[in-house]
Write a protein of this length. Sequence first.
Lengths: 99, 514, 163
Amino acid sequence: MTPMWYIVLSAILFSVGAVGVLIRRNAIVLFMCIELMLNAANLALVTFSRINGTLDGQIMAFFVMVVAAAEVVIGLAIIMLIFRTRRSASVDDANLLKY
Amino acid sequence: MDKLKLPDMDYVALLPMLALFVAACLGVIIEALVPRRFRNIIQLVLSIVALAVAMFFVVKQSGEVVASKALTAGGAIMIDHAALFLQGALIVLGFVALLLFGERSLEFGGPFVAQAAVTVGSERDREQTGRELGSTETFPLALFSLSGMLLFVSANDLLTMFVALEVFSLPLYLLCALARRKRLLSQESALKYFLLGAYASAFFLFGVAMVYGFAKAVDFKAIHAEALLGEGNSLLLIIGLALLAIGLLFKVAAAPFHVWTPDVYQGAPTPVTAFMASCTKVAAFGGLLRVLYVGFDGLGWQFTPVLGAIAALTVLVGSILAVTQTDLKRLLAYSSVANAGYILIGVIAGQQLGLTSVLFYLVAYGFTVIAAFALISLVRDADGEATHLSRWAGLGARSPLYAGIFTFILLAFAGIPLTSGFIAKLSVFGAAIDGGQTWLVIIGVITSIILAFPYLRVVVMMWLSEPGESTPSVSIPGGLTSTALGIGTLATLVFGVVPGPLLDLAEKASSFVR
Amino acid sequence: MTAIDVMLSAVGLVAVGSALAVVSTQHLVRAGLWLVVTLGAVAVEFLLLRAEFVAWVQVLIYVGAVVVLLLFAVMLTRAPIGRSTDLDRPIGPALLIGAGSGLGLAGLFAWVFRDMRVNPPPTGSAQRVGEAIFGDWVLPFEVLSVLLLAALVGAIVLSKKDT
């Protein structure tokens, strides 16, 4: 079987996520796009793990999932904190710092 | 089922990290058990003890580094001279920054908000700003972050590096959101830092995947061997390195990945800014050095032109945008961007000379920048810190001592002789000329001159303007801020007058074990 | 073309399609739901790659926990249930850069691995993954627990209110 398509798929998913971060405004959706990128990286890791014939890639994918979970916790805590004041989760409304 | 076979663990090598981690856990327990008014002092003492223990073990190991035994914990960490030097630097700088965390005399309750969950601008919020003691969970969070940094500079494979990167970043995102005053600004800086940081680490991760695809392993020795061998498609390796570099250059705040720096430096509580400006830089450059010198050395430094372009862009962006700033914290942020560029020049210079200059620069800059932010935390009015440039006019007449110290610090940033900044720049540029990167040195010198302008403008404003109605008073610092300020300033002076010992130490440390 | 290849392409198309939907839908809640589809499709790809453990962890952690948290956050921030004006920034340049680099990357991979054939490797069962984690990777694994603890403490600091 050919592993090529898996890697091509991961590259496509990664760039879809990367573009999403650039064009969306809602912090939570931005976050979903980042999750998409992490998942694409996981797919690449697992595929390379298969190509290389070692388990390391799968271990890494597992680690990345845990890291992503921790990131979600922090990210949502910060987003909720700001939302309490601003009543909006749009990153463009959060613009005190832009000038 | 067979018994699991654990790899060899050299626990002494892990002790510096373990000490900080244990102290952080104890700190969490203290939060639960001890009444609020005692927490600050207990947390501070605990943190300092932990840092002292960590430093003890770092120094103890530095005498007995053996190349064959440097690799430990299943190949996850490498305790060589460079790692120990960086760890020592991180611990010392972390100690000075933590002193600022503990300051309670400048403002009732310290620099951190009492309860972050209280809605900004509400009645309850106004009440807590003036009357409640600040949260002290900041100490355990800072210790978590520091232990991640210690791991980051000694990580020997990309996976450990990625995990360590997250361990030191996540607490920093949180710490940014905890300012007592101007809370909205602080929270937005945290959001910005977090989103961009997570974005950058996603790129880092995809880079790890590509390197793994090329080298069949992620430890630096294997990557080096595969790169030397040159089988397979090296384009994979180069793009992988580029993606890794995005993640690392984001952390060091190199252009064009610097956009978060001014906002985050401005919005974060000043002690946290000091911590980030000094320790994060050391950690991120430590990681970058290891990746480039140990992992990707086999590429034959083909990437030098690209890194050179980034370094040139970084110093240009940092120095030119610093000129236009009207807020001191933003000005220092752009100055830190420019300094990241100078350090990058040293990284590109290569060889032992370049490494030595980078290590020296990191330590010298770390001390100076902590002193600078310590001083900024002193100049305040009724609303907290007065960071707008115009407010500093005439400060020299109000409080000549602090204006004098700040002048000295700014001169150090500008690289005037008899300060550590001068020696640091000199050694970096010297190494770059030695490494054949003369064009970078020319750009470096030009931007140093541009950068001197905003610094001198502040100096002129402080000394030659009449103090006006709006010139804020300078708070008399408590013992902690004075100590931090004193250490930072003294180090700036000492490393400028007798740089020999630190340079020797850096030279001894400038060797990586592969 | 084997049965696995057919499945791979079908699931891959689902993954890409739903990923595009996540990025382009104007309904915030639907973006979260499309994310579930993408992550599920990637989990199937993991299974096809014989990474059983990773696939199930993906379902448990991502679909089970992360997305649910995200959806809660969307609802807590009172996102409009209908369309929102979330997508009205200029998307041209980002699209151009992203599509360019994405296609470049995909093309590179397709070229590098064009003739690659691999034999089915040993499966990534929970036992083998566990042995590897607690063997060579034990230090990073333990550090992960530090990370989770720090995240936990931090999230509580940010959201706990004394009455």
